[in-house]
Design a protein around this ligand. Structure first.
Ligand code: DGL
Length: 263
């Protein structure tokens, strides 16, 4: 049985795997977290493209039927350049999240937060404007959110203060919808909600990506329905660190993460 290949710069992409397991419980999943080279959010375009190609080639060796790029930075920066160069479908997290946000906004003001790489690529903005040129977009990077999520600082005075500073321009712009354009940000939903107000719509692309994966597999007739799927986890460094953080992102323990040497 062929698997769905998923990659991310590290541990954050497990938020996408969590949703894939929920929506596609019979599928096998092979995950690669590039823990030796994380973070991608501050790297150059050329480097992110090279890493993404290498990660996809690594997953293709595992006989995958499609690839899901769970990393927002890789989806924003590399995917527009490389997506059509492989023998299997490659989906990213940008367009699924945008579709949901465009549908959700009522006042046509959308906020986007992500890593520096994601925001400076303007990938979200371009996709939003393509679907509806009348929507105004306010986009800012929140670089400290990634370490906060990894360190488990999900609430309290420090993270609230930092979030207040980062989110001030979005509040000022009066956005009614915010795209959480980074794998780690769904963990900070409560603090983001506290600052932006209870009525804010927070778009977590994981759900929409899983739906898109499901649609592609059904269209190709390769959806599995028979037995419970298995997950395999590979990393480029420090499987212990990855396994230690996995539960927070995946909602369950990962015991079998293996280190690979060929990236
Ligand atoms: N996975 C990255 C993203 O979603 C965040 C961590 C990193 O900078 O590599 O953009």
């Amino acid at each position: 049985m062929k698997s769905i290949g998923v990659f991310d710069s590290g541990v954050g992409g497990l938020t996408v795997v969590r949703e894939l397991i929920r929506q596609l419980p019979c599928e096998d999943i092979v995950y690669f977290g590039d823990t030796a080279r994380v973070p991608y959010g501050i790297k150059s375009k050329e480097t992110i493209i090279r890493f993404s190609i290498e990660n996809i080639l690594l997953l293709l060796k595992q006989d995958v039927k499609m690839i899901c790029v769970a990393c927002n930075t890789a989806s924003s920066v590399a995917l527009p350049v490389i997506r059509n160069h492989f023998r299997v479908p490659v989906v990213g997290v940008i367009s699924p999240g945008v579709k949901e946000a465009v549908y959700a906004t009522q006042n046509k003001r959308i906020g986007v937060i992500g890593t520096r790489g994601t925001i400076s690529s303007r990938a979200y903005e371009i996709e939003i404007k393509r679907l509806d040129p009348g929507i105004s977009v306010t986009a800012f990077s929140c670089p400290l959110f990634v370490p906060f999520a990894e360190e488990g600082w999900l609430q309290g005075k420090t993270v609230t203060e930092v979030a207040r500073t980062y989110l001030a321009p979005l509040k000022k712009a009066g956005v009614d919808t915010v795209i959480l354009g980074c794998t780690h940000y769904p963990l900070l939903k409560p603090v983001i909600k506290k600052i932006m107000g209870e009525r804010i719509k927070l778009i977590d692309s994981a759900k929409q990506v899983a739906l898109e994966v499901k649609n592609i597999l059904s269209a190709e007739g390769s959806l599995n329905r028979k037995r419970k799927g298995k997950q395999r986890f590979f990393v480029s460094d420090n499987p212990e660190w990855f396994s230690g953080l996995a539960k927070r992102f995946l909602g369950q323990n990962v015991k079998n993460a293996k280190k690979v040497n060929n990236v």
